[in-house]
Design a binder for this molecule. Structure first.
Ligand SMILES: Cc1cc2nc3c(=O)[nH]c(=O)nc-3n(C[C@H](O)[C@H](O)[C@H](O)COP(=O)(O)O)c2cc1C
Length: 550
């Protein structure tokens, strides 16, 4: 590379393109003035003129480059420096289509995406010639099959009742649903296709924190209404929770459950973000916000400040919604903070109907980079902590647990079930079903597939009828595949999956079941006090129902 660094140091070489185009422009003018015909030996007259126009344009670009102060690269490399920006702008596409390996996760691998595309299109997803996965790699996991497989159960039977004895109108949910993604973050057509797919497949569609738009209601699919800290759709002019507006919308027939969003895995401790470029008049109206500035919801709720108040809020929403199941979604933070909530359940006797655990690997429309990569507990650890704490406090039978975080295949469902989840949600899985190509442009309103944009032209590309079918098929084919796995393992329902059914390779010569790998508490262990696992005991002793953080 010595020749490259030498040329890089030479100003003549760095400026050569700019100087060459200027020289051509000057020569063209002189040749024209003196009627020289030398150029005609090399180029036709038309081509000479085209080159001249380009030469003038690039000469001006070069002058601009050396005078501007924003980009050092352009001052040092006039004209050719622009190639850097050009190539960078198409880098994700070049990488995705030409360079990325099948197993590389960015954040979903080609293998994962192809699986969703195949299922959504009803194409066969069978693997010829054997697995491409290294089954001896540390961390490799598998479900142990049975020598007495049973016959397959229909995917329609994979449902779970949500709503404990304190809930007047329990809901029977599919064990696989569309995770929270708001109108605003997603286009109207995307919301329509998701909701219509949910209706067709009898699963639910979570509104996300952007409230209930007309598109959530048009096709009649079941809705879980998510309330974030901005209380969009039920807020007063100061942004506080408004019970009257809440009761009105919660009464809608399609609204089956209410989910209080404490935070989400991709940006825990940070409010929701909707860039102003995506706030149309309708998005603003649905949310009850103004246009022209980014919509950033507060990082904490104003309707409650302590775990005890959270339980009272759960009860209040139950009453206002006339008995619909009420729960909350969170990415687990400090163990003692979650345990504070469980202590508040014990103290008040109010049990939320469900908790959705979101992993830090979860997706988002827009999040600060550090939050997305280095904050929040990953799904497996968070889920286990929530499951164990509820079991240890003797409350597990009252509270159902949902899980989200890169769950797109039947095996992902099996894994989360083994760690204690009753049902699973997927956000990006359903985006792939809609045709998402992982261009990662959800935040700039330029989604190439019309899914995560409010640009009217772009979203026209998303055909609702066609994509409804894909959403439905992805859900159905995933559950069909799950039913095959369960049958081969001798199990009837995802609820039968136990930690001992799942095996993980922990070294070159050793595998362990999840039952051996992870610590599972026994019923009421935290309350009994005596032989509690030290990690759980210490966190439990620290926790207080009076405050989240002590
Ligand atoms: C485009 C997009 C928008 C999202 N909007 C919300 C939201 O409004 N509220 C929320 O709780 N989570 C939101 N999420 C997070 C998902 O609901 C989910 O918790 C997370 O992405 C994990 O699921 P995944 O790994 O299947 O994508 C969003 C995710 C995506 C990709």
């Amino acid at each position: 590379m010595a020749w490259f660094s030498a040329s890089n140091q030479s100003k003549a070489l760095r400026f050569c393109v700019w100087w060459t185009v200027m020289a051509y422009a000057v020569f063209y003018v002189i040749a024209w003035m003196f009627s020289w015909s030398i150029m005609n030996y090399f180029l036709s007259e038309n081509l000479q003129t085209v080159f001249f126009i380009w030469a003038i344009f690039l000469s001006l670009v070069g002058f601009y480059d050396i005078r501007q102060k924003k980009h050092g690269i352009l001052r040092n490399y006039p004209v050719i420096g622009h190639f850097r920006y050009l190539i960078e702008s198409v880098r994700p596409e070049i990488r995705q289509y030409l360079l990325e390996s099948d197993e590389e996760s960015v954040p979903f691998s080609r293998v994962q995406r192809s699986l969703v595309y195949q299922r959504a299109k009803n194409l066969p997803s069978e693997q010829p010639f054997g697995s491409i996965v290294d089954v001896y790699a540390i961390g490799h996991e598998f479900l142990s099959h049975s020598l007495t497989p049973v016959s397959r159960n229909a995917p329609e039977t994979f449902r779970i009742n949500i709503g404990n004895a304190q809930c007047a109108r329990p809901y029977s949910a599919s064990i696989f649903n569309i995770s929270a993604m708001s109108f605003g973050s997603l286009s109207a057509n995307a919301i329509c296709a998701l909701n219509a797919g949910a209706k067709r497949g009898k699963f639910y569609h979570d509104t996300g924190e952007g409230s209930i738009s007309p598109y959530h209601l048009e096709y009649g699919g079941d809705i879980v209404w998510e309330l974030g800290s901005g209380y969009f759709g039920c807020r007063d002019e100061k942004g506080n929770f408004d019970p009257t507006q809440f009761a009105e919308k919660a009464a809608l027939l399609n609204v089956k459950m209410i989910e209080i969003k404490l935070n989400q895995g991709a940006k825990p401790g940070h409010g929701g973000i909707l860039p102003k470029g995506k706030i149309t008049p309708l998005v603003a109206k649905v949310r009850g916000i103004s246009m022209g500035q980014d919509c950033i919801s507060p990082s904490a709720h104003s309707a409650f400040r302590t775990p005890l108040q959270l339980m009272e809020f759960v009860q209040k929403l139950r009453e206002l919604s006339q008995g619909k199941p009420v729960g909350f979604k969170l990415c687990v933070s400090r163990p003692s903070e979650f345990m504070s909530i469980v202590k508040a359940m014990l103290q008040t006797g109010i049990y939320p109907d469900f908790i959705v655990v979101d992993g830090s690997e979860g997706g988002t429309g827009a999040a600060p980079v550090e939050f997305a990569s280095h904050m929040g507990m990953p799904l497996r650890e968070g889920l286990l902590l929530v499951h164990n704490t509820l079991v240890g406090a003797g409350l597990r039978e009252h509270v159902r647990i949902g899980a989200a975080g890169k769950i797109i295949s039947a095996f992902d469902i099996v894994r989360a079930s083994a760690l204690g989840a009753d049902w699973m949600n997927s956000a990006r899985g359903f985006l792939f079903a809609l045709g998402c190509v992982q261009s990662m442009s959800c935040q700039n309103n330029k989604c190439p597939t019309g899914i995560a944009t409010q640009d009217g032209e772009r979203q026209k590309a998303l055909d609702v009828v066609n994509k409804t079918e894909r959403v439905y098929r992805f859900h159905r084919n995933t559950l069909l595949s799950l039913s095959e796995m369960l049958a081969a393992a001798g199990l009837a329902h995802p609820g039968d999956i136990r930690p001992e059914h799942l095996v993980v390779r922990v070294s070159e010569v050793e595998v362990q079941t999840y039952a051996d790998r992870y610590k599972f508490l026994s019923l009421g262990e935290l309350l009994a006090g005596a032989d509690v696992h030290p990690f759980y005991r210490d966190a439990w002793n620290k926790a207080s129902a009076e405050a989240f953080s002590v």
